[in-house]
Ligand binder design. Structure first.
Ligand code: KIV
Length: 279
């Protein structure tokens, strides 16, 4: 019997209840096979808008559409049994008004089966978060480095340093008060990350934050060594699958050119082999 037999996926309230306990484990996923690999080991899996960069070769996440998020959300949903599914709201799909956010978030939830959506922003998004939560949409917030705002943040810089710490704390308090069930803290100083984690009543999920967070998330293409265009300091590579894939493709190309692939065992005879046990 597998370790997950009989286990069902947590709900947003279960994730909220993990505050201060065993750290919450999460990764991004964009496809069914990867979701299947992560399912047993993760509390939740995020279909991040990082999909635009790591899978579709975009320069940043700004061009990711709602349709892309729904398509990848559906693929990941097919691979999950015991991890909760969260889907990112892409740039331009929620910032205009709470009504726009509800219209698009409800589509994401209905069409992917996600238990929650994630959106970027602190104080500025508090009203929208409260509006969504009051209408049945659980929200994971995302503050600190919010990649959809790189053009106003001046790039992928560490956020909340020195006199910016209070504003980040205000963002964390605002999303918690608005009803978010958890919040991603991206690329902020470790001491500030610990302070936020101690001060707010909802779980903090760190990416470039600190080990004191209530949980951690990484982009799986980064941690598996599949996305190598650049490597943020906060990424730890647990495998080098990109290098392994390149070596495998080279070996295949060499064998095709040398006519050593396909070998006899990969080809078919003129007549069908006799069936086992036939007289
Ligand atoms: O899009 C993404 O992958 C994210 C991170 C938090 C992992 O938002």
């Amino acid at each position: 019997m597998s370790a997950t037999a009989g286990k069902s996926a947590p709900m947003p309230d279960d994730i909220r209840a993990m505050k201060g306990g065993t750290p919450i484990v999460s990764l991004t996923a964009y496809t069914t096979p990867m979701a299947q690999i992560m399912d047993e080991h993760c509390d939740f899996v995020l279909v991040g808008d990082s999909v635009g960069m790591v899978l579709h070769g975009m320069q940043n996440t700004l061009g990711v559409t709602l349709e892309m998020m729904i398509l990848h959300g559906q693929a990941v949903a097919r691979g999950l049994k015991t991890a909760m599914l969260v889907v990112d709201m892409p740039f331009g799909s929620y910032e205009e008004s709470p009504a726009q956010a509800f219209r698009n978030a409800s589509r994401v939830m209905a069409e992917t089966g996600a238990a929650a959506v994630k959106l970027e922003g602190g104080v500025a998004m508090a009203e929208t978060i409260a509006f969504l939560v009051a209408r049945g949409v659980p929200v994971m917030a995302h503050i600190g480095l919010t990649p959809q705002s790189i053009n106003t943040l001046g790039g992928y810089k560490v956020q909340g340093r020195e006199d910016k710490a209070e504003a980040l704390l205000a963002d964390a308090r605002a999303v918690a008060e608005a009803g978010a069930f958890s919040v991603v803290l991206e690329k902020i100083p470790a001491t500030l990350s610990d302070r936020v984690t101690q001060e707010i009543p909802i779980p903090t999920i760190g990416i470039g934050a600190s080990s004191g967070c209530d949980g951690q998330i990484l982009v799986h293409y980064d941690m598996l060594g599949l996305f190598t265009a650049f490597k943020p300091k906060f990424v730890k590579r647990y495998a080098n699958l990109g290098e392994d894939a390149m070596a495998a493709v080279k070996a295949y190309a060499d064998e095709v050119r040398a006519r050593s692939f396909p070998a006899e065992e990969h080809t078919f005879a003129d007549t069908a082999p006799a069936k086992k046990g036939a007289p």
